[in-house]
Design a binder for this molecule. Structure first.
Ligand code: SAM
Ligand code: SF4
Length: 352
């Protein structure tokens, strides 16, 4: 195990054991899960400073040479799809729009893995000016993170007064045909009173809203179990204004449980990552902006693909490293365990 200094403290394994693993190309783990959904973080930089994610001053900068280049990202995505069974790719960060070569990354991936959905999770700041180009490059859909439609409240939560840019970005994404367009909102005590307004805004705009229970992944380590807003509490607040009918999950590995709103086709989802954990059906594998494979948000054990890639490893060797990383995935996040310790990296440094 080595500790590598690159601004963000990281514990890494140089290789991961494949002992006991069945013969398969896929990213299986000891608990029978198969990872097919790849989250690729492409930067630690961000235009916002959401209090549940980033420190006020932003994350320590990653040196340019430590970030995976566009070509390296395309190669890893290609290996993921062609060799280890990835079926969906989502770009995240940090804020993916902070990378000026995002269009190049998307176009490269679209050419390398045609037919594979390429999605992005974004705060939508500045998306207004790039949605059409990103769609043309091959981006298929976006999830926009938006916690409040009240400008002052948004500015307080994100430490930046950028709500108009976010709303313009959502409109531009819809015009560019990036569908289905979903809005994700992190549930916090400070946002609960505005949750019904946010849902009404999304219903009016025709976008699907999903609330996410806040996880202990904030850089400031302010998260406290006893203070977090649960899915149950949100449901009771929304039910005061809307008629909600439970319709469950689209499929077992879909993290959101859905409710139909006011008898219409429109739905609201809740991703109850803490109180109704879906770890046993998790199908995620993650790559950090520095090119390490992370099997779980909550595990700091990372496998360094970048070092191997830059040392001349073949696609087969990289695929094996990836398989080892996932074989050793933990059973679950363990947030409720008495000895739970939050990971070293915060959400923005992992890629949510
Ligand atoms: N900047 C982009 C954005 O905000 O959509 C992408 C990166 S962000 C880290 C990805 C997602 O993680 C966002 O939807 C954000 O709301 C969510 N997130 C960040 N910190 C979180 C936390 N502590 N608990 C739950 N979700 C969190
Ligand atoms: Fe930036 Fe996204 Fe984290 Fe907010 S949640 S600080 S937008 S990376």
């Amino acid at each position: 195990m080595t500790v590598v200094s690159m601004g963000i403290p990281t514990v890494r394994f140089d290789a991961a054991s494949l002992a006991g693993r069945p013969e398969t190309d896929l990213l299986v783990d000891r608990f029978g899960r198969v990872a097919r959904d790849l989250r690729v973080s492409i930067t630690e930089k961000c235009s916002l400073r959401c209090t549940y994610c980033m420190p006020e001053e932003g994350l320590p900068a990653i040196a340019a040479e430590d970030l995976l280049s566009a070509d390296e990202i395309v190669r890893v995505v290609g290996i993921g799809v062609e060799r280890v069974g990835i079926r969906e790719v989502r770009f995240t960060g940090g804020e993916p729009l902070m990378r000026s070569d995002l269009e190049k990354i998307i176009a490269g991936c679209a050419a390398r893995v045609p037919g594979i959905p390429l999605a992005m999770t974004t705060n939508a700041v500045g998306l207004e000016h790039r949605a059409a180009k990103l769609a043309a490059a091959g981006l298929t859909r976006v999830n926009v993170s938006l916690d409040s439609v009240d400008r002052a409240h948004f500015a307080e939560l994100t430490r930046r007064d950028r709500l108009p840019s976010v709303l313009a970005g959502i409109r531009a994404a819809a015009v560019a045909g990036l569908a289905p367009l979903k809005v994700n909102a992190v549930l916090m005590r400070e946002t609960l009173h505005g949750a019904a307004d946010l849902l009404q805004w999304c219903l009016d705009a025709g976008v699907e809203l999903r609330f996410i229970e806040q996880m202990p992944l904030d850089a400031d380590h302010a998260w406290a179990r006893e203070n977090m807003v649960t899915a149950a509490e949100l449901l009771s607040v929304l039910s005061e204004r809307f008629e909600l009918a439970a319709i469950g999950r689209e499929d077992p590995s879909a993290p959101a449980e859905e409710w139909r709103v006011n008898g219409t086709e429109m739905t609201v989802g809740i991703i109850a990552s803490v109180t109704r954990s879906f770890c046993s059906d998790c199908d995620r594998t993650r790559m950090t902006a520095e090119g390490t494979i992370r099997s779980c948000l909550f595990s700091d054990r990372e496998v360094d693909l970048r070092a191997a890639l830059r040392a001349g490893a073949s696609d087969d060797e990289l695929a094996d490293l990836w398989r080892g990383a996932m074989w050793n995935k933990w059973a679950g996040h363990g947030i409720d365990a008495a000895d739970f310790v939050p990971p070293e990296r915060s959400m923005g440094a992992i890629g949510g």
